[in-house]
Design a protein around this ligand. Structure first.
Ligand code: COA
Ligand code: AMP
Length: 631
């Protein structure tokens, strides 16, 4: 058996021993009683009885072990033309002080804090400060609208919200404070205070008695030490799209998370403490949580927070400049970002302007990487490009080429083999394991390894129903695909209504809920169609209520604006069309899959249960009117 095969086998056969060994690289205030606690299966817990502090492990420990002067965090912001570097010691001190602000304002162990911030170092300080005092953070991506923020406020019930006056997009300054104020108005739950970072690009008006200026509060704060928390206590909640408008609050614990993420840095990404690691994502997504913040800092690396875009800030060389300037050893981004660069610089001329000799690998995730994009970036960088597969729920890669263990041959279109800790199977609709090459539901045998979701925030039934009930003994990933003869996993599609827009996970069901609320709309369907740059984008078909005689274009304009206002610009919902009816089965189920294939000009089989086949011709004509369904 190969070295990788041996380690993978051991991770499944001797699960407790395998992860106990990895846990030795983390500082524990109190050792665990049990590595894997199966007493409440299918709810598994890792390292029960153990106590630790994630912030201590990410900052203080490195200062005490001689890394105090090493850069912990580089802020590179082409969009504001600024750069800053914080050493481990400086980041620890700043975090301890900001933890003092939280404590001063009544935040304590177990309290929730929502963080709605742009890509600035203070966002990371806020996250780590929560971890330092045992508070539970919930970061909300800045591209979400007030309505989405309000839903999260009501679910997490934070005592404090941390935000900034604005975020900066290439085309505009996004005033965050009015969005925050509106969200608090919409929410039933009201936070006791809001701590606002004022940025020079736009100053926010502060509300007396509720809003606190970040800088003033920090100046007066008393630094706080780390508090011990249980390994099983929640570190954060990260909301992600579910199959309804209600997002799922994915919970992450302290102990398993610290152990697993630290382990991945050496074994998957093959980086050593002290090296520079850069995930070009947003802190508001899981990739940002795991690989801008926690994993690199737990492992003693230098991490980069980049406030910019792959193109336009100022040119398609932005990523390569950052790699060269900061001597990045390993980089991580989404395929959509590479496609954006490729579109503007097909010959890779910008990459050639920079010294990329420190870069040893590029990892991609968030959506399937199309083989031409993989080949293009491999060619221009001359390093292994690794497509790896994971989810907000799992917190780290389910399948990847593990460069720190053994580099396996790269097969374009595949995310390589299940990583250690993961037993991945392809199941048919009855839950039977399928043969190599057969496409089915991708499921992972329980228990999942440490660092994965122990449940949903205060919604254990929903957790069980959404992930565990369909295939007893397995976690249902919601992805479909196959495993080949060599054990390589090919992730092909979602089995639910989730789409991936520029690497951002969105629910078409949630968009339909918004459209259905328009007073003139009787019913609607939103499907994800192929997009050269963003992978997928949503388009909508709406049927109007009988008697509505307003101009269809006016209604289309209104529903587009509704999605932007209620979900956010990140949904990229720019096209919709009024249709006279939707294709349905005889039992009334809308044939969204068939609509998507018509829009993308893919072959499709006429569904046997279709109510009226003629409707498909009408849908094709409507889709053609908005630029789809024609070769
Ligand atoms: N705050 C406010 N608005 C935001 C935002 C934020 N943090 N992030 C994005 N938006 C807005 C954008 O301004 C844009 O608005 P517009 O419709 O007015 O133009 C909209 O949301 C869509 O943004 P985006 O998806 O970023 O599209 P883009 O056209 O600006 O850029 C890419 C396209 C491919 C360059 C960009 O999507 C990208 O870099 N993607 C990488 C994604 C990624 O890292 N994913 C994480 C998984 S690894
Ligand atoms: P998120 O929770 O936002 O990380 O999105 C997770 C989903 O993105 C997965 O369930 C997949 O559908 C998709 N995904 C992520 N990485 C990959 C990949 N490398 N290949 C194919 N799909 C991916």
């Amino acid at each position: 058996m190969s070295k990788f095969g041996t380690i993978h086998r051991r991770s499944l056969d001797q699960m407790a021993g395998f992860w106990a060994e990895a846990a030795a690289d983390i500082h524990w205030d109190k050792p665990w009683d049990k590595v894997l606690d199966e007493s409440k299966a299918p709810f598994y817990r890792w390292f029960t009885g153990g106590q630790l502090n994630t912030c201590y492990n990410a900052l203080d420990r490195h200062v005490e072990n001689g890394r105090g002067d090493q850069a912990a965090l580089i802020y590179d912001s082409p969009i504001t033309g600024s750069q800053q570097t914080r050493s481990y010691k400086a980041l620890r001190d700043e975090t301890a002080r900001f933890a003092g602000v939280l404590v001063e304002n009544g935040v304590g162990k177990g309290d929730r804090v929502i963080i709605y911030m742009p890509m600035v170092p203070e966002t990371i300080v806020a996250m780590l400060a929560c971890a330092r005092i045992g508070a539970v953070h919930s970061v909300v991506f800045g591209g979400f609208a007030s309505n989405e923020l309000a839903t999260r406020i009501d679910d997490a019930q934070p005592c404090a919200i941390i935000s900034a006056s604005c975020g900066i997009e290439p085309s505009r300054v996004v005033a965050y404070k009015p969005l925050l104020d509106k969200a608090i108005d919409l929410a039933r739950h009201k936070p006791e205070c809001c701590i606002i970072l004022q940025r020079s690009q736009e100053t926010a008006a502060l509300m007396d008695g509720r809003d606190i200026d970040w800088t003033d509060a920090v100046a007066a704060a008393v630094p706080q030490d780390c508090v011990s928390v249980d390994a099983t206590d929640p570190l954060y909640i990260l909301y992600t799209s579910g199959t309804t408008g209600e997002p799922k609050g994915i919970v992450r614990d302290h102990g398993g998370h610290a152990v697993a993420l630290n382990w991945t840095m050496q074994n998957i990404y093959d980086v050593k403490p002290g090296e520079v690691y850069w995930a070009a994502s947003d802190v508001g997504w899981i990739v940002g949580h795991s690989y801008i913040v926690y994993a690199p800092l737990l492992h003693g690396n230098t991490t980069v927070i980049f406030e910019g875009k792959p193109v336009g800030t100022p040119d398609p060389g932005a990523f390569w400049r950052v790699v060269a300037e900061h001597k990045v050893a390993c980089m991580f981004t989404a395929p959509t970002a590479i496609r954006a660069i490729k579109q503007q610089d097909p010959a890779g001329e910008f990459a050639r302007q920079y010294d990329l000799s420190h870069l040893r690998s590029l990892f991609l995730a968030g959506e399937r990487c199309d083989p031409p994009t993989l080949a293009w970036v491999e060619e221009i960088l001359g390093v292994p490009v690794i497509d790896h597969w994971w989810q907000t729920e799992t917190g780290w890669a389910i399948a990847s080429n593990c460069l720190g263990i053994e580099t396996l041959p790269i097969k374009a279109g595949s995310t390589a083999r299940a990583t250690p800790g993961w037993d991945v199977q392809i199941l048919d609709s009855d839950g039977h394991e399928m043969a190599p090459g057969e496409v089915g539901a991708i499921a992972c045998r329980l228990p999942l390894p440490p660092g994965t979701l122990p449940g949903l925030w205060r919604a254990n039934d929903r957790y069980k129903h959404a992930y565990l009930d369909r295939f007893p003994g397995f976690y249902e990933t919601g992805d479909a695909g196959y495993i080949d003869e060599d054990g390589y996993i090919f992730v092909m599609a979602r089995t639910d209504d989730i789409i991936n827009v520029a690497g951002h996970r969105l629910s078409t069901g949630a968009m339909e809920e918004v459209l259905a609320a328009h007073p003139d709309v009787a019913e609607c369907a939103v499907v994800g169609v192929a997009d050269e740059l963003k992978g997928q984008i949503p388009i909508g078909c709406v049927v109007l209520k009988a008697g509505v005689d307003r101009l269809p274009e006016a209604i289309v304009g209104e529903v587009i604006q509704m999605i932007r206002d209620q979900i956010g610009p990140v949904a990229t919902f720019k096209k919709a069309v009024v249709v006279s009816r939707l294709p349905k089965t005889r039992s009334g189920k809308i044939l969204r899959g068939t609509m998507q294939r018509i829009a993308d000009c893919e072959d499709y089989r006429m569904p046997a249960t279709i109510e009226d086949p003629d409707v498909l011709g009408e849908i094709r004509a409507s889709l053609q009117s908005i630029g789809y369904a024609s070769q």
